[in-house]
Design a binder for this molecule. Structure first.
Ligand SMILES: [Zn+2]
Ligand SMILES: [Zn+2]
Length: 398
């Protein structure tokens, strides 16, 4: 099976993949609870002849295609697709609009599952063409950054067949890729995404006599602005760090000095060494400001997905295949990493591999809305691309 055959088989499957994608799109589920999505996958995978080798993290599963070629060194390639949707009310008038009120596949994970199913079908039908194993990993709870870690904790990368490399993709308008183009990047592609939660504890009092109280709002406001100085004054301008405060809650009435303030935010980094230094830098700011104001504080720093790091050699290998299939003009290097997080990073921490972009921005089809927007949609005509690239990488790498 050469690249042209793979392309043809995937193109022929585009219609069926579209149907699968629309099923998922009509029935979005969120977080770890994805019973209907899982049932559909189980049914299809079994129908295609794959062996379901394990259930993980409530709704996640692994299914395997066994290559039949003889070889001394049999390897396993994992192909990962995330499964979850978002808590968002869809605002499109497409015939496949979400049937679940307040839930929507607004990130394209519906397409990821369809492309993986398509690849499973082609590989299963051509298992005499390769040695080793392809392990399909369907993962819940990507949007909350917890699914990959949970599946790993339950042994998905320890149980046979143990993956030697991992492949995944993201469809959509991320990286501004037009329909038909594929994006890649060696090294860091997406940021580590951590969360901070801060509680400022002051002393409540009458608004008229501030000197008898400890104002949690003034302290909190000081903390918010002082935190911005970490990025501007303490991190090299050549390194990328984001600290964004998204919540600030305090106070109960206009003339009462607030006793407590609750602040939360996100911390994004592209470098593990800097990431490790941040909790202390944040704590220093809190300590300093609170000391000055006479307030106490609590800080909770929660680590989210790490930096998503693509292996250079594996990415190079992938790019050659993609170029052969799609032509040089359609395989573009993503110049800079994005500060968005993606829990595929946990899998890429375990084994080498690559996470690539499948562009689906098309102005005429109105598929250029940003991810997580209520009008988000994908260009279904590119589903074959993700699928064909999964298959080509599997066949050539195994
Ligand atoms: Zn998303
Ligand atoms: Zn996503």
């Amino acid at each position: 099976m050469d690249i042209t055959d793979i392309k043809h088989e995937a193109l022929e499957l585009n219609e069926e993949m579209t149907k699968w994608r629309r099923f998922f799109h009509r029935h979005p589920e969120t977080g770890f609870q994805l019973p209907r999505t899982k049932e559909f996958l189980q049914e299809k995978l079994t129908e295609l002849g794959l062996n379901i080798t394990g259930n993980y993290a409530e709704s996640g599963l692994a299914a395997v295609v066994k290559g039949e070629l003889r070889a001394e060194n049999k390897r396993t390639l994992a192909i990962r697709a995330d499964m979850d949707a978002l808590n968002l009310q869809e605002e499109t008038d497409k015939e496949y609009v979400s049937q679940e009120s307040g839930k929507m596949h607004a990130c394209g994970h519906d397409a990821h599952m369809a492309m993986a199913l398509g690849a499973a079908k082609i590989l299963q039908q051509n298992r005499d063409q390769f040695a080793g194993r392809v392990k399909f990993i369907f993962q819940p709870a990507e949007e909350i950054g917890q699914g990959a870690e949970a599946m790993l904790a339950e042994g998905v990368f320890q149980e046979e067949p143990v993956p030697d490399a991992v492949l995944g993709c993201h469809i959509g308008s991320l990286w501004s890729l037009p329909s038909g183009k594929v994006g890649y990047r060696k090294g860091p592609l997406m940021a580590a995404a951590d969360m901070i939660e801060i509680k400022i504890k002051g002393k409540g009092g009458h608004g008229a006599v501030p000197h008898t109280a400890v104002d949690a709002i003034v302290t909190g406001a000081e903390v918010v602005s002082a935190l911005q100085k970490i990025v501007s004054r303490k991190i090299s301008p050549l390194d990328s760090v984001v600290i964004s405060i998204g919540e600030f809650n305090a106070g109960s009435a206009f003339n009462i000095i607030a006793e407590e303030a609750h602040i939360s935010g996100t911390v994004r980094t592209l470098n593990e060494d800097i990431r490790k230094r941040l909790p202390e830098m944040i704590e220093d700011v809190l300590e300093g400001v609170c000391l000055e104001m006479g307030a106490d504080y609590e800080l909770e720093y929660t680590y989210g997905p790490p930096v998503l790091e693509n292996d250079s050699d594996f990415t190079e290998f992938f790019v050659e295949l993609a170029t052969e299939m799609l032509g040089e003009e359609n395989v573009v290097e993503i110049p800079n990493p994005t500060m968005g997080g993606e829990d595929m990073a946990y899998f890429l921490q375990q084994v080498p591999g690559t996470f690539f972009g499948v562009g689906s921005m098309n102005l005429e089809k109105e598929t250029d809305y940003p991810h997580h927007n209520p009008k988000f949609d994908i260009d279904e005509e590119v589903l074959w691309i993700g699928s064909a690239l999964f298959v080509a990488t599997a066949l050539n790498w195994l």
